[in-house]
Design a protein around this ligand. Structure first.
Ligand code: ADP
Length: 619
């Protein structure tokens, strides 16, 4: 069962029902520690060791202080100054050790944090590039992705850091506790009780933080989108042409104001909560010190003991706070980690994409049988019972008005979506039984809105078969087939030129030139089924003519299905399917369809009539 992105309400309900059980705590800690361990085992061990060194140094300082005080208060100090030298030196060495360990720790933490982030990013990106395309139709998916990117990625490390500092604080705490208990066991009990108020408020704080994050994600995403339009290269010209700068700026400001207002309220609530906890602790600490004074007054402990006890109490109180803060951090992260787990779980079906029977290397017939499809969240079906057949080696065209379902059918044939009903068969075998990745490998699809990668021209072509071995000759041949060879040779660094001005030395291409590169990418893929969605929309008439004149040679026996609004190219297809309202309403050769005088003939004449410069089109 693939995990669906949770909606914010469900998340908040889940957060509320979280219990601070020991089982959950240990599970979170174990999962996080193992993640951090995988990311950087050596740094992890080094960090843990430093933590222990710091803890021991801290606990020993209390004993050293007591030793110093005893030496100072001894009667014969004036006579023998050397008796304080040893304890003072020890104290200095111990505090220097603590300082050095602390400095090392902070740099190591930074390094290890980055290593864990790398591991997490890799996982998150693998899911993002692998999940079913359907997820990209859902705003909840984007919210989830955004939360994971901004919050959850760093959490495993935070938990581990929390655990390490808790362990350090715990170790130091044990030493300090022994030191303090040797002065007065009751003092120890009081210090520990001082941590309880913090523990009580921490759970509420964790939930507040998570709820705030979930609640803000959509607003943050919208703000990021507004910033992107104002800074994006593609948008820059339109933003100027329409003078959108200040209008977009105001929307951005309004969203930021709203966020800041919410953040202020959230900060106040968190501060109040933490104040309650801190005040509670402070009251208990004050009581503890008063009790200590009472013990001294009664003569139960001497002045050196009292001095050491005061230091131990201060240190222990801060260690107790550290431990409880660590617990709080772990629980707070726990909610984000659950969120992360749910996200990563979505990647499991993607991994299954490579398992199962492999699609055959080719086909004789592709049969589309009563195929239905509805986009997630859409009211009506985009495909309402499509039937068609394509034979190996054919060049077929899909025509139809906007929204008739051509692109959707192309996506289904390419294995990007599964039909909701009906079957797509390759030689009688339902394609949904093939490992999805293997089916996609057998199809080369170029969409209208193909991606213009800010990579080199060569890479823009080889992404068609990413990861596979390829020779410059093959790349050149694909470019030649798409009519792109000359134009790429003419670039400043030829095929090595980066096709974007985003980076130094890059250059950009015109729409038609880009389309040729996209075609080259598609030919380079070398798949038995080639799908081209509006392959010539941006090409000039000469380029389009040349492309189709050579298409059969280029395809070299492969099957092609193309979508086009240009009847001059469509008429050259072996067979034409006319779509209307998600169904195939006519099919045949150009001549057959013209004589049938149906929708195709209407559309054809309409274009011929408006094609003033092109002269009368021949039926
Ligand atoms: P065509 O390629 O023939 O112009 P499409 O296949 O793109 O048509 O679209 C078919 C129908 O599906 C249209 O009604 C369109 O509004 C709808 N549609 C297309 N893409 C999506 C989407 N991502 N989500 C929801 N509906 C969509």
């Amino acid at each position: 069962m693939p995990a669906e992105p949770l909606d914010p309400v469900a998340l908040r309900v889940a957060a509320r029902s979280q219990r601070k059980s020991m089982g959950r705590l240990t599970r979170l800690v174990r999962a996080s520690m193992s993640l951090v361990w995988q990311a950087g085992p050596r740094s992890f061990v080094a960090l843990a060791s430093l933590q222990v060194v710091s803890a021991i140094a801290l606990a020993l300082q209390v004993l050293a202080v007591q030793w110093v005080l005893s030496a100072v208060l001894a009667d014969d100090l004036r006579a023998d100054f050397s008796s304080v030298l040893a304890p003072v030196t020890l104290l200095a060495v111990l505090s220097a050790t603590g300082a050095v360990a602390g400095a090392l720790q902070s740099q190591l933490q930074r390094l290890l944090g980055e290593m864990v982030a790398r591991t997490m990013w890799t996982r998150v990106l693998r899911v993002a590039t692998g999940v079913d395309l359907r997820h990209f139709e859902s705003p909840e998916f984007y919210d989830h992705l955004n939360r994971v990117q901004t919050n959850a990625v760093a959490r495993p490390y935070q938990v581990t850091q929390g655990v390490l500092s808790m362990a350090g604080a715990g170790a130091a705490g044990v030493g300090l506790s022994i030191a303090l208990a040797s002065v007065s066991p009751l003092l120890l009990v009081l210090v520990l009780v001082g941590g309880v108020p913090l523990l009580l408020t921490s759970r509420r704080e964790s939930r507040l933080e998570f709820a705030f994050s979930v609640g803000q994600t959509p607003v943050l995403r919208e703000r990021a989108y507004l910033a992107m339009i104002q800074t994006g290269r593609e948008e820059a010209q339109e933003v100027r042409a329409f003078g959108l700068g200040s209008w977009l700026g105001e929307r951005f400001d309004a969203l930021y104001d709203r966020y800041l207002g919410d953040l202020r309220r959230h900060a106040v609530r968190r501060t109040l909560l933490s104040l309650v906890g801190q005040l509670g602790s402070a009251v208990v600490l004050g009581g503890t010190l008063l009790f200590l004074v009472w013990l001294v007054a009664r003569g139960t402990i001497d002045v050196a003991g009292a001095g050491a006890a005061i230091i131990a109490i201060r240190m222990l109180a801060s260690q107790v706070q550290s431990v409880f803060r660590g617990v709080q951090l772990i629980f707070e992260s726990g909610l984000f980690l659950d969120d992360l787990d749910a996200f990563l779980a979505m990647g499991a079906p993607a991994l299954e994409g490579t398992s199962g029977p492999q699609a055959p290397s080719g086909f004789d017939t592709i049969r589309v049988d009563d195929v239905r499809f509805r986009y997630p969240g859409a009211e009506v079906e985009a495909l309402r019972g499509i039937d068609l057949e394509v034979h190996a080696g054919e060049i077929v065209a899909l025509v139809g008005e906007n929204g008739s379902g051509k692109t959707t059918l192309a996506k289904l044939l390419a294995g990007l979506y599964r039909p909701d009903g009906g079957r797509i068969e390759w030689d009688g075998t339902d394609t949904t039984t093939f490992a999805p990745a293997s089916l996609r490998e057998r199809v080369s699809v170029t969409f209208q809105d193909f991606v213009r990668y800010a990579f080199s021209a060569t890479e823009n072509i080889t992404v068609g078969r990413a990861g596979a071995e390829s020779s410059p000759d093959e790349v050149r041949a694909a470019a030649r087939a798409a009519g792109a060879e000359q134009l790429l040779d003419d670039l400043p660094q030829g095929f090595a030129t980066r096709l974007s001005r985003l980076f130094t030395g890059g250059t950009d291409l015109s729409g038609g030139q880009w389309q040729r590169v996209a075609l080259a990418r598609s030919f380079f893929r070398d798949a038995p089924l080639v799908i081209l969605d509006e392959p010539t929309a941006a090409l000039d008439p000469r380029a389009e003519h040349e492309l189709f004149a050579t298409l059969r040679d280029v395809l070299d026996g492969r099957t092609a299905l193309f979508i086009s609004h240009r009847f001059s190219t469509v008429r050259g297809a072996d067979r034409i399917f006319v779509l209307e309202g998600g169904r195939v309403v006519e099919q045949g050769t150009h001549a057959e369809l013209m004589s049938a005088r149906g929708l195709y003939a209407d559309l054809y004449r309409l274009q011929a009539d408006t094609d003033v410069a092109g002269g009368p089109a021949q039926a």
